[in-house]
Design a protein around this ligand. Sequence first.
Ligand code: LMR
Length: 307
Amino acid sequence: MAKEPMRVLVTGAAGQIGYALVPMIARGVMLGADQPVILHMLDIPPATESLNGLKMELVDAAFPLLKGIVATTDVVEACTGVNVAVMVGGFPRKEGMERKDVLVVANPANTNALILKEFAPSIPEKNITCLTRLDHNRALGQISEKLNVQVTDVKNAIIWGNHSSTQYPDVNHATVKTPSGEKPVRELVADDEWLNTEFISTVQQRGAAIIKARKQSSALSAASSACDHIRDWVLGTPEGTFVSMGVYSDGSYGVPAGLIYSFPVTCSGGEWTIVQGLPIDEFSRKKMDATAQELSEEKTLAYSCLN
Ligand code: LMR
């Protein structure tokens, strides 16, 4: 029997990421190839024409899974009845800015998610997460390039902390599938210097490098990672695999409770769970604390603006 359509809201739908994201959702990349969807697309009034153009293109593409489109600048109409909301709308940063300089919705992603949690008390905190899967995928991509292996054979990298240049991409638990079984990334790369310096800064600075190259921030990789994030959250992570998600900290790994901090998680039955018990060395501890410190400062700053 055909499934009931799920309603998916995308804010900032007429923007760059939205333009890449909505066709992926309509093709089943986010929720599965057998899951019909109704797209709710919200944008601000100056983007009305562009939003209508996008709606026309979606109709023209004749996506079999797309069962309806709500394209609106009305927040209540956009949000009513949605099952999944992807809050993309924001002001993209320009070359030379840090992400926390962008004061509207999308970035700073962790702190925006925290503010959403504070001001939407009827939504359980477990239901609000922020995207660090883009950084996670970037880490997998860098390892696969370094080792000349398929990206699908690399897993269990971790992004700790903030979606910012203090994030800590950690490969201490990451593995690569080889003909003779799974091997630790550290053993295969055998270059701790690279893993502890250039690899980390490349992942931390990848968004800025893309802005420099494209003169616009990442769009297709952000959209694709958003699909990965929601797909794994809703449909579950594969056995033995964890992914990175910015979630409300419960104090795990000594991270202060009350921050939205990126942790390794597994997902099952629509719920994420922080992976517990991973050994943390001194190098990692320092980096995890530094990114927590930045998030605490962002939180204080955000609250001072709101008050
Ligand atoms: C990214 O990581 O590419 C996005 O967050 C955009 C940005 O400002 O870096």
